[in-house]
Design a protein around this ligand. Structure first.
Ligand code: OXD
Length: 309
């Protein structure tokens, strides 16, 4: 038996149908209708309620429905030896890259400034930026960051990447670790954050680090809200040090109605939709992982518990 956990009931129906279609002969149950906990062999979902997985004595694998798995590690009772997999789906990767492109281009082409001029009915030409000189930097050089850089290369920007451990990428200046952070930020006009959230990356982008970005820099975050300290970002936008921010992820989701980001003139918000997991493209790897988990084989796109991604 496979158990699915999704918080949105409409969405749950589509996933259940797709899983059932691709797993003939396997029963798919949906939370909270677990039935006998001993029946559950494989769990698929996003943020199972803490402690719940511990209650399934025959559980052989957990498939995160997201690319990020910080939600899994929020469970203090996560069974120790449980194999965990995350989604790596070329459809989602492309989708994320397109969201990144939208926002890199938005800032590079001064769209927020032209929108303000339009609102004032002003036909004013701003000093044009040169794509040749534009320095774009990507934090996180895994599936998502690597793909975004590949696409960004077409635009001729000066590219750099930062990651925990040093990576080599064609025509991208790469930086790594704590000592690489300062020089990476200092050369980045448009910062794209695609890091996983781990104990090491939490609050990484605080006031001190954001102040290393050059004056007028832009921040684009589609990683996780907790990578960035909200008050520090707002302070840097208000002081004029930062030119704008595009945010898809937040410390608390949904974003609280009274959060300062909503009405901030320099902040563009999307509600965690930069790359949605789609049943039709994601289910094949889930089906394969179900098979592997039951056979005791290593899962596709396994999560390293030590690194937490
Ligand atoms: C995520 C996702 O991990 O939406 O944020 O896949």
């Amino acid at each position: 038996v496979v158990l699915l956990f999704k918080s949105d009931p409409d969405d749950t129906r589509g996933w259940t149908a797709e899983l059932a279609r691709r797993l003939p002969g396997v029963e798919v149950r949906t939370w909270p209708d677990v039935g006998d906990p001993a029946d559950i062999e494989f769990c698929v979902g996003w943020a199972f309620p803490p402690g719940s997985l511990r209650g399934f004595p025959n559980l052989k694998g957990l498939q995160s429905l997201g690319a990020g798995v910080d939600h899994v590690f929020r469970d203090p009772d996560l069974p120790e030896a449980l194999p965990i997999a995350r989604i790596v789906d070329p459809y989602m990767t492309e989708d994320m890259t397109q969201w990144v492109m939208l926002n890199v281009l938005r800032f590079h082409k001064q769209d927020p400034d032209y929108r303000r001029l339009q609102a004032e009915g002003r036909w004013d030409e701003l000093p044009p930026p040169s794509w040749r000189d534009r320095r774009v930097g990507v934090m996180g050089l895994g599936e998502l960051g690597g793909h975004a850089l590949e696409r960004l290369r077409y635009f001729g920007y000066k590219l750099a990447g930062w990651s925990r451990t040093k990576k080599r990428i064609d025509r991208v200046e790469t930086f790594a670790g704590e000592e690489g952070l300062r020089p990476f930020l200092a050369r980045t006009d448009i910062l794209v954050v695609l890091l996983p959230l781990t104990p090491e990356t939490e609050d990484l982008l605080n006031r001190e680090r954001l102040s290393r970005l050059p004056k007028g820099a832009f921040v684009i975050n589609a990683g996780r809200g907790r990578l960035l300290v909200d008050e520090d970002l707002i302070a840097m936008l208000d002081s004029g040090h930062l030119g704008g921010a595009a945010l898809d992820v937040f410390r608390q989701e949904p974003l609280a109605a009274d959060h300062a980001f909503w009405k901030h003139p320099k902040v563009v918000i999307t509600p965690h939709v930069s790359a949605l997991t789609r049943a039709e493209t994601a289910v094949p790897q889930i089906v394969e992982n179900y098979r592997r988990a039951l056979a005791g084989e290593p899962l596709l796109h396994p999560v390293d518990r030590r690194r937490r991604y």
